[in-house]
Design a protein around this ligand. Sequence first.
Ligand code: GLN
Ligand code: ZN
Length: 770
Amino acid sequence: MKTTILGYPRIGKERELKRVSEAYWADKTNQKKLLETGRHIRKENWLLQKNTGIDSIPSNDFSFYDQVLDTCLSVGCIPKRYDKLKHGNQLDLYFAMARGIQNKEIDCTAMEMTKWFDTNYHYIVPEFEKEQTFEFFSTKIIEEYKEALELGIKTKPVLIGPVTFLLLGKEKEEGFHRLSLLEKLLPVYLEIIEQLTLLDVEYIQFDEPCLALNLNEQERDAIKFTYKKISTKFPNLKVFLANYFDCYGDNLNTALQLPIDTIHLDLVRCPLQLNDILESKHYNTNTKLSLGLVDGRNIWKNNFDDSLQTIKSVISKIGEENIWISTSCSLLHCPYDLDLETNESNLSTEIKQWLAFSKQKLQEIRTLKGLASSNYNEFEEEFKDNKIAHVNRKASSLIHNEKVKNRVLALNNTDSQRKSTFKNRQTKQKLALNLPLFPTTTIGSFPQTKEVRSWRSKFKKGILSQVEYDSLIARETKDSIRFQEETGIDVLVHGEFERNDMVEYFGERLNGFAFSSFGWVQSYGSRCVKPPILFGDVSREHEMTVKWSAYAQSLTDLPVKGMLTGPVTILQWSFVRNDQPRQVTCNQIALAIRDEVVDLESNGIKIIQIDEPAIREGLPLRQEAWNKYLDWAVNAFRISASGVKDETQIHTHMCYSEFNDIINNIAAMDADVITIETSRSEMELLDAFVDFKYPNEIGPGVYDIHSPRVPSVKEIEHLLIKAKNVLPKEHIWVNPDCGLKTRDWPETKTALKNLVKAAKQLREREMEIA
Ligand code: GLN
Ligand code: ZN
């Protein structure tokens, strides 16, 4: 039996890679320093794994930006617009591809970025053209293998498999399918493998997570073709094939028949596949199984008791020598080290006892191996502690709240049902709110200036008192209300100045959430996030947003929209408890948000927005699982929105989404108004709503908030007319794509003035016609 992991976090335990890369980009440090930091992080990670007793340690899991971009460079898949940089410094070419480049000589956009499967990590999307060629371009993988050799470690290099690499990319011109490039790509992979075998490599890990998706016959054939080719050319090479984030599903038979040494299983996401495999007639017991038992996506301690049972049952069928114990996927998605959470940490000792971050997970793997093989005694103590931690967690009064559990159990259909149909509500709302045609509004946040952020950090450090902090926030809120009134916006917002982050703000005010001090995970490039830890039953003791919303409303006669984050988004952007179905946890959050909605209403707020930007990214990888998820996710939103009277208008907001394939579910959310991001696509994203004849009101974004550019009145009008040509005019709202928190005030002010002007012109024209 051997231990391994699929990859380790690489941003550095103190996020040193983030700091040094950002300094390098800002020209505040040199490349030597950057390279040194990379080398240091790799060394630290390798030695840690070695000292913990990991038998097969990955290399090439390190990256200065992203592992897919690394692969692009390895195989020379470099879009033509960067040609000028190809013969210069490779790292600068690499960053230009990741981040775009603009100087006197060259002006190129960055490559596109998108979510890595169902994680919150973003990868760079490979670009392919019809006459695409490949070459062995960057030798990073070889160099890092050698670097580890020098430390006395013979690593298992990790490569994104050629089929996954192609499928994750995009054709940049018509007339071909990217999979047809396999024949040209494969020789470069063979060259890389050859170089590695010359250095006496034993194992190579090929990540083919496309096997967790619905593949067609041709795509499966590509997998067969690839691994047949590799094994024919390198009969002595041991291929470790990794799929993760879901079952092999329909692709299982394909995977089982490949001429490979090891097949890796994500047993956290898909425990049941183990039996399917052991019983499959296609499974040849000479193929080793890598049991991905330790969760690479979440922060809970492994349950040794359960894992041991699994391991032992596999041993009895295929023997110890055919088993790997490993993480479910790369630890990239886990924070570094729980030991960094010292006594001053936000995490209590009781909660810490239930957790394992990456470093702790390495030890878990080592312990599982120990417990499952002959040196049981050596690890007995750890086994005992693990059992105690699980017993404690199960019984902890921090986690369990009977009132909440019962409230979820008692939920019934009327709880997720507004009192009347949309048509009836619309009539009552038009009367109650008396808004003009094409009402204008914003999505919630206004610029979070350095100053505003400094107040929050001073308040946290105790330099500002609660009273002082509140009065600053009040002043900023008041200014924003005045600005909106002067600009002529119809539905105002308070500005969200009191909020750090749209999930953290609510997590900090709800029972059931904890926050680490150093639990960072990479989101993209140098960007890291620190997701809240949702450990227990969720309940709301006090109002969370009423104070600021009511204050803002007291300053004006115009309606001020209340602003909440929806249950699915809170769930999606947290580390979620694994001791009950996500659906139950989501319903608990939904009830807490519902109470807040009702409180806002009874405090005079007539319009309430419940943001759900993350609803689409929660979709399971396989389509056959979509409906189940969408049913409970939509229902949770409805629970949160359905406690109010007909006159109260519920908005929702979503960004970065494609709506086509889930439009009926979005309609089923039954929000009175939905605002979406459409400006970049020139209203293309609106098509789904139009084709579907979306019944409720809709605000297609007309101002791209991801750019400092100010749209002109004409541009906004142009977009609005596009919308007006396809939607009933009484249904159209006028608003930016998303919140304005990342923008500066001057550009925000001008853009919103233009937006109001465009809406007014359109309104006047309509009245003339009438
Ligand atoms: N209300 C939030 C804001 O305006 C919405 C953010 C989002 O959709 N990502 O910032
Ligand atoms: Zn948004």
